[in-house]
Design a protein around this ligand. Structure first.
Ligand SMILES: [Zn+2]
Length: 267
């Protein structure tokens, strides 16, 4: 374990729900989300002050409706969407996670921010399409960007997931918004110790709970090769990994604490 002495950092984060012609209202718990965010970032000496702007209604804007519609695309190849199974040739929300779709998301998020009149260090938005499944659970347009999204709220326990999983996704996205990469990212530098990163892609074994960490119970999805490649055997519940039960991903490690602090202290 690590014992560190950090100056406290207070970070202001805005949460809201973007309602457009093609996305729907979401009921979320600000208190529960605050607990998840603070549970993850307090270890780094960062306190998250969460302010809720509620639902931002952009459904009357023609330009936003056009942008919103552009986020629906035909998925051309087999693609697995958490909770929806394989998408093949279906309409899905977010066809391209790296190009024009991210520019569109930025445009919509900035319109919502302007509408809310909010001013915060980082913004987390529920933006849940009401007509098609989303290929992705959440996204930050680029590492360090102020705008984070979650596209699923898991109401109705799709795939056994619940709202708590959407809060865990937002914590993961806030990690990206504060400069963190995935464990397998070549840009990761010193964000994780070598012995953890070296355990990427190895099968995760069941482990009992310790006095500091919960038990690890690999599920069939956790053992699936497409997930295993992004999970560290030695730290499978790391918040920036791809553990398939999102709400079980709650940890950041010492080097990640330092990395998020470097960004958060400059906001
Ligand atoms: Zn991610």
């Amino acid at each position: 374990f690590h014992v560190v002495c950090y100056e406290p950092i207070a970070l202001s984060v805005t949460i809201g729900c973007i309602k457009t012609a093609l996305s729907r209202s979401v009921s979320y718990s600000v208190g529960a989300l605050s607990n998840v965010l603070n549970g993850a970032f307090n270890a780094a000496g960062i306190t998250i002050g969460l302010s809720d702007v509620g639902e931002i209604d952009l459904s009357g804007s023609a330009s936003i409706a056009t942008a919103d519609a552009a986020l629906r695309s035909i998925v051309p190849v087999p693609y697995y969407s958490e909770g929806f199974g394989e998408l093949r040739g279906q309409n899905a929300f977010l066809g391209n996670p790296t190009g024009a779709d991210l520019q569109t998301l930025k445009l919509i998020a900035d319109a919502a921010k302007l509408h809310a009149g909010a001013s915060a260090g980082r913004y987390l938005w529920f933006f849940v399409p009401d007509d098609v499944p989303s290929r992705f659970s959440g996204v930050v347009p680029e590492i360090g960007d102020a705008r984070g999204f979650v596209f699923k709220n898991f109401e109705g326990a799709i795939g056994g997931q619940t709202m708590a999983d959407s809060y865990a996704i937002l914590a993961h996205e806030l990690g990206h918004a504060l400069g963190l990469f995935h464990p397998d990212d070549d840009r990761i530098g010193n964000q994780l110790p070598n012995h953890l990163k070296a355990s990427l892609g190895q099968p995760v074994t069941a482990e009992p709970a310790t006095n500091t960490e919960p038990a690890i119970n690999p599920t069939p999805r956790a053992l699936d090769p497409k997930n295993v490649g992004l999970i560290m055997q030695r730290d499978p519940l790391n918040m920036m990994g791809y553990w398939p039960i999102f709400k079980e991903q709650t940890f950041l490690r010492k080097n990640q604490w330092d990395a998020v602090r470097a960004v958060a202290s400059a906001i």
